[in-house]
Write a protein that binds this ligand. Structure first.
Ligand SMILES: Cc1cc2nc3c(=O)[nH]c(=O)nc-3n(C[C@H](O)[C@H](O)[C@H](O)COP(=O)(O)OP(=O)(O)OC[C@H]3O[C@@H](n4cnc5c(N)ncnc54)[C@H](O)[C@@H]3O)c2cc1C
Length: 444
């Protein structure tokens, strides 16, 4: 039993830090009572207005209240069912060079548009209307609109919300989304009548986490004028700025109206990631997008990869996903070669991920209120319980997030800049110390 006597609205999910901002509740709400709001750190959650009639529909489609992840025939609950595992690239050069990984996601969408299998696709774009950009979902109607939506945006976005009232205008759609968004879609396909038979393909992205959107304010604060024209979260072609910046270690690039560029190494994102990771991402079991028809990701740690230009990892999960992949290969939209599943387990650090989920699920109860189903699940443990020390450190991360979320945006940015400075200094000192030790050893 859950430890709350809440009404039937989605508020209990938001209050328990469990809203994934997928947007499914907003789509199904018959009274338009749900909107998405942001906290100072940029965690986005569903807010319920007094138009709510307590019908409970929002709870039926919420990924945090309905377990859609129980893959019946899966060997490993974090891997899910895998029909095929391949790695490769989009064959259209424009798509390939403009992509995040190898462009397979966009090439598959183009194939679906060109063959008239879909008349719409749900994707995401950066919106530069404000001082600090926002990631916005967009329903596109032709392959010509794909180019602008390429590349990953590692910030939260209530994607499914744009389907509200709009889905009626389409007969067949492809939806691109991270695990939680696709979980919300599963709920809508089951409970929203407008969705019945409309979704041709769920294109799922692998996702370790999204970073709360105030991280973009931190990046933008490095610009002389606060009006970015572009933020590229991982720019695989920043080689014009530094020849060492290629796909594997792609830096963040921020560009202002005057063409002034800031390039930040990947390490800056690593320094800030803990500070900007919301609790829900830490206990997510859906890194590999278990409900997707086709999963797209990066081929991390795999052998024989083009680490300069990038490649896509492509998992076929369902029959319909598999046939779309095969047809796109035959029609020369993508070129893929098969890989063993062991490479996926290693490269996506599935065993470590499992440990992380266990540790943070065991700690999650320190946030009040909580929803019991997200506390440590016995089937995830298998005699491998996290230690007390691990749970304590996970609790600290969750509580630190809660504290920093109560600060003002300005204070959060100041703390982040301080952290970048002190971590860089620490790294330099460690590097110098190692160099000194190596020299002493060599002298001996
Ligand atoms: C938040 C996030 C975390 C990720 N974490 C990992 C990871 O840990 N490991 C890994 O292997 N891969 C991860 N990926 C996937 C990877 O970054 C690429 O998106 C994937 O390999 C597809 O690349 P591509 O070149 O085929 O796609 P592209 O041709 O570049 O197209 C990307 C597609 O994704 C859509 N998209 C971008 N951002 C979002 C978003 N936030 N929500 C919904 N749709 C979006 C775009 O609109 C576009 O349709 C992550 C992606 C995201 C968005």
């Amino acid at each position: 039993m859950d430890n709350l006597q809440y009404d039937k609205s989605i508020k209990r999910v938001s209050d328990s830090y469990l809203c994934t901002n997928c947007g499914a509740c907003q789509v199904i709400c018959p009274k338009d009572a749900i909107d998405f709001v942001s906290t100072s750190i940029g965690r986005i959650y569903a807010d319920v207005s007094n138009k709510c009639i307590n019908c409970g529909l929002c709870q039926k489609v919420c990924p945090s209240l309905n377990d859609t992840l129980t893959a019946k025939d899966a060997d490993n609950e974090l891997l899910g069912h895998i029909s095929s595992l391949r790695v490769g690239k989009a064959l259209d050069k424009e798509i390939f060079y403009n992509s995040q990984s190898g462009g397979a996601c966009t090439a598959l969408l183009k194939f679906l548009f060109d063959t008239k299998k879909i008349d719409g696709a749900l994707v995401c774009r950066m919106d530069y209307g404000k001082d600090v950009p926002e990631v916005k979902p967009i329903l596109i109607e032709s392959a010509d609109e794909l180019f602008q939506s390429q590349k990953s945006k590692y910030a939260p976005v209530p994607t499914l919300g744009v389907l509200k009232n709009k889905i009626k205008e389409f007969s067949s759609l492809a939806i691109v989304g991270i695990g939680c968004q696709i979980e919300g879609l599963v709920g809508l396909e089951e409970f929203a009548k407008d969705f019945k038979g409309k979704i041709l393909c769920r294109l799922g992205l692998i996702c370790e986490k999204t970073l709360c959107s105030t991280i973009q304010d931190v990046y933008v604060s490095f610009l002389p004028s606060p009006s970015p024209k572009k933020i590229i979260w991982k720019c695989k072609y920043a080689t014009f700025l530094n020849p060492q910046h290629q796909y594997q270690s792609a830096p963040l690039v921020v560009e202002d109206e005057q063409g002034y560029h800031i390039t930040m190494p990947n390490s800056v994102r690593f320094i800030l990631k803990d500070m900007f990771t919301a609790p829900r991402c830490r206990i997510c079991r859906d890194k590999l997008n278990l409900n997707a028809d086709i999963v797209l990701g990066d081929p991390w740690q795999m052998s024989n990869i083009d680490w300069v230009n990038g490649e896509s990892l492509v998992i076929g999960r369902t029959e319909r996903g598999e046939s779309i992949i095969e047809e796109a290969i035959s029609a020369k939209y993508i070129q893929l070669s098969p890989r063993p599943i062991e490479e996926l387990v290693k490269g996506q650090t599935i065993l470590q991920r499992r440990k992380q989920v266990q540790k943070y699920s065991a700690a999650y109860g320190c946030l009040k209120p909580t929803i019991d189903s997200f506390l440590l699940k016995p089937e995830l443990v298998e005699n491998d319980n996290p230690t007390e020390k691990e749970v304590q450190s996970a609790k600290k991360d969750l509580l630190d997030f809660q504290v920093s979320e109560r600060l003002s945006k300005e204070e959060i940015i100041k703390n982040a800049l301080k952290k970048i400075k002190s971590d860089k200094l620490k790294r330099t000192l460690i590097y110098r110390a190692i160099r000194k030790i190596v020299r002493i050893i060599l002298r001996k």
